[in-house]
Design a protein around this ligand. Sequence first.
Ligand code: CP
Length: 325
Amino acid sequence: MAFSQGHLLGLEGLSREEILYLIDTAASFKEISQRDIKKVPTLRGKTVVSLFYEASTRTRTSFEIAAKRLSADFVSIASSSSSAVKGETLLDTARNIQAMRPDCLVLRHAAAGAPHFLARRIDCPVVNAGDGAHEHPTQALLDLLTIRDRVGRLDDLTVAIVGDILHSRVTRSNVHALRALGARVRLVGPPTLLPPEAAAWWEVGHDLRAGIRGADVVMTLRIQRERQGRNYFPSLDEYARYFCLTRDALAEAKPGVVVLHPGPINRGIEIASDVADGADSLIMDQVTNGVAVRMAVLFLLVNRARASGEAESLAESAPLRRKAG
Ligand code: CP
């Protein structure tokens, strides 16, 4: 099994095998970040450009670290300091970047579908680093890798996702992946923050304790004020009273439960500090695994020809190794 997609635009439509292949490839890259010299020559001579039209700490930085650990050159463009502020369109910006012959474009944009739009118009692989409230595929992949590392499996899991489901691209990518992997998912939040289609995806609930009861994994989400054009609840205090993941509420989950949050976290709003920093929290592991996932994605997309060549040469050398042995 190999990953034969030309872009990574989302997890919707990917097979269980493709998702597991991405996670397994990421797992194999983790060891590089534990070395004293954290660099391999895999993407030497390749250029990765990141184009971010929204703020980011984790995603942008980990793509840069991932590219550099693979020896690629990395160029980072933030829309706030690019010619986008002079009125240049996304497509014109991307065409100008393409004219400099990058090997991969990583895009974060507030508009759902922006990476798909570019993927049809430029001739290098495009990675979706978050498009509006649509998808954030590398975040879901790192979530799954983190769960598997700690829980030991991705089969037969009950996962509760709590909070601002309506605006959450992380939820959508996780829903697609967890569905492909056969997990049970509960979506929990105030009715105003659950999209009408959520009930068709999975079990939906509005009570935090009932929603996380017996769960193996609880994923809490930030309230995305920047995407909310109106008030979805009376106040943050009111929201926290009903939906903040406290230690007391977490006791409803299965013993050994793990807690995830894509970040950035709002302490005391969607998650209590002692839960965020507690032994059940995998929030920092998620960030660590983000580098390995992005190394895997860049490797598989940028170096596809070389990757399949390496697989072939390994296969070809197997009989020689057997003979030598
Ligand atoms: N999880 C996530 O996407 O974080 P950033 O917005 O900091 O990249």
